[in-house]
Write a protein that binds this ligand. Sequence first.
Ligand code: ADP
Length: 217
Amino acid sequence: MLAPMPDRDPDPTPPAADHNLTWHAGQVAPADRARAMGLPPDQLGMTLWFTGLSGSGKSTIAVALEQKLIAMGRPAFRLDGDNVRHGLNADLGFSAEDRTENIRRVGEVARLMAEAGLIVIACFISPYRADRERVRRMHEASNLRFIEVFVDTPLDICAARDPKGLYAKAASGQLTTGLTGISPDAPYEPPESPELVLKTGELGVEGCVAGVVEAMS
Ligand code: ADP
């Protein structure tokens, strides 16, 4: 028998104009969708949202976490900042407005994928607290778990790692805008109460992955 279908709560991102739109609810409950995917009915989709400076370790942890979850039989999928800017958000740059729109769009994609039953591993610098809070509210409106993971790596460690060469470019004057935590136009607002903090200066990748898996249970 099908479980009752929960209603969606009022949306934090309503349409910009009145286009005579009507929400059309489905009749499939999350537990039934999980069963159809061969999962226990309580293994529902959710979003793990990684935020932190460039080079803090978001993508590295996300790749290892995705492998781990798949090996555990959990349907996980990564949404990675630079990758998404190749397609869906190819039209966006790094101004404050574009960064906000970037996070709004990927937040909505994460919500859709989590509603579809996936464990979404979203790794975005997502420097603005208000943008991350809006993504959290989107998920709450859809009765989805949202776990904010602060990859808390000090700027000097990120700059020493410099996996993309961005900090070196900034130091040599080739990059003057848009580098979060360095450029005057690109501040980073750390989370105030994230579900999980990973200090990658102290904990290796495997330990970080284990911490996330524990936070999910
Ligand atoms: P981001 O996605 O946050 O920009 P990356 O994952 O691309 O960062 O780069 C992080 C760099 O730091 C990689 O070169 C990675 O090997 C290194 N690193 C060292 N220790 C850790 C750790 N504990 N967790 C994640 N990355 C680490």
